[in-house]
Design a protein around this ligand. Structure first.
Ligand code: SF4
Length: 222
């Protein structure tokens, strides 16, 4: 199937919003500080933004708090010169990794990028969009399309499906990595010396990261 350029779809939506001359309320699912940098910079002039951090997938818990703390640190910098009412806020849901692991374990043998990941995208996006729907947000989106490792086509298909489940919220299609978005993310991550995680998040991606590390070490010793 032909791939859709979701950056262009997003840009068309921006034009509509600019013509309407309003600043809609947007809830943005965020997974970590670095992935939030460019989407925040891009969307803040157009939307009244709130972030939603619901990432019980992250394992182990010190990694979860490290990513969350880095996001908060970046947000403090981002908000520094803003009036109280213009500041971007973040909603943080309870961390329930054990329960999340049980949910993922039904596809424990999948490799990264397969069905387990699609379930993982959908669950976190569904939770966030449900919150957006109950709290009168105009739009919902996720920063996950900035990641080269994540399937943007699939993320946007899920967003489209969820907009049928929550018809009072518009899903903002995106592909934040395009048009040098990925380069800007790198620039901002370097500028603020942000912590960069070495694996996606769940226990399976963590174990895979440890396996790769061991392999590297073993090669060094040959
Ligand atoms: S690799 Fe990432 S997207 Fe896939 S299941 Fe694990 S945390 Fe979720």
């Amino acid at each position: 199937m032909e791939k859709i350029n979701y950056y262009n779809v997003m840009a068309d939506e921006f034009e509509k919003i600019k013509k309407e001359g309003r600043k809609p309320k947007l809830l943005m699912h965020v997974c970590c500080g670095p992935c939030s940098t460019f989407p925040l910079e891009l969307l803040d002039p157009l939307f009244n933004l709130t972030l939603y951090f619901n990432n019980s997938n992250i394992y182990p818990n010190d990694e979860y708090y490290r990513r969350l703390d880095e996001l908060k640190r970046f947000l403090d910098i981002f908000n520094e010169d803003k009036n109280e009412e213009d500041q971007v806020k973040v909603i943080i849901t309870p961390y329930e990794n054990e329960e999340y692991n049980k949910f993922l374990s039904i596809r424990k043998d999948d490799r990264e990028g397969q069905e387990r990941c699609f379930m993982c995208y959908e669950r976190r996006m569904d939770e966030a969009m449900s919150y957006a729907s109950m709290n009168n947000f105009d739009y919902f989106t996720t920063v996950m399309t900035i990641s080269r490792q994540k399937n943007s086509q699939k993320l946007n298909e899920i967003g489209k499906k969820l907009s049928q489940k929550y018809p009072n919220v518009r899903y903002l299609f995106s592909d934040f990595k395009k048009k040098k978005g990925i380069n800007r993310k790198e620039e901002l991550t370097n500028l603020y010396q942000m912590y960069r995680q070495q694996y996606c998040g769940c226990v399976y991606s963590y174990n895979e990261y440890l396996r790769r590390l061991k392999e590297k070490e073993a090669k060094k010793q040959i």
